[in-house]
Ligand binder design. Structure first.
Ligand code: FES
Length: 124
């Protein structure tokens, strides 16, 4: 067996390593406290809702409400660290993604957010 056979069987280091990337979301001044926006889907990356709470902290979740098909980044109400979907009034914690009330029962996927040099990035 050659080295290349061994690599082919086990996979290359790039295939087995966990790679963390980041997506540019917006400039820091683009989103005021209490606002949200959608970072559009891009390739294999799903659309993400980016929120800025009243304390100026950023959080990110999957953009689509887990109850039905509604964009939380484009149209929702942010109350502290809870986002309210206006279609049927489900509430989610933007820090954990937890569904806080009916009719949503499934949590939103969450993403880490970093700010660097005045730019906001969503990690994946
Ligand atoms: S679509 Fe969000 S609560 Fe129904």
């Amino acid at each position: 067996m050659t080295n290349s056979d061994d690599i082919a069987e086990k996979g290359t280091p790039m295939e087995t390593a966990q790679t963390i990337g980041r997506r540019f979301a917006c400039n820091e001044g683009d989103l005021a406290p209490g606002e949200s926006m959608t970072v559009p889907a891009d390739g294999e990356d799903i659309a993400v809702a980016l929120y800025r709470n009243d304390d100026g902290e950023y959080f990110a979740t999957a953009d689509t409400c887990t109850h039905e098909d509604w964009s939380l980044g484009e149209d929702s109400d942010l109350e502290g660290n809870e986002v309210v979907c206006p279609l049927h009034m489900a509430r989610f914690d933007i820090r954990s993604g937890e569904a806080l009330c009916f009719p949503a029962t499934i949590a939103l996927q969450t993403f880490d957010v970093v700010c660097e040099d005045g730019k906001v990035y969503v990690l994946r």
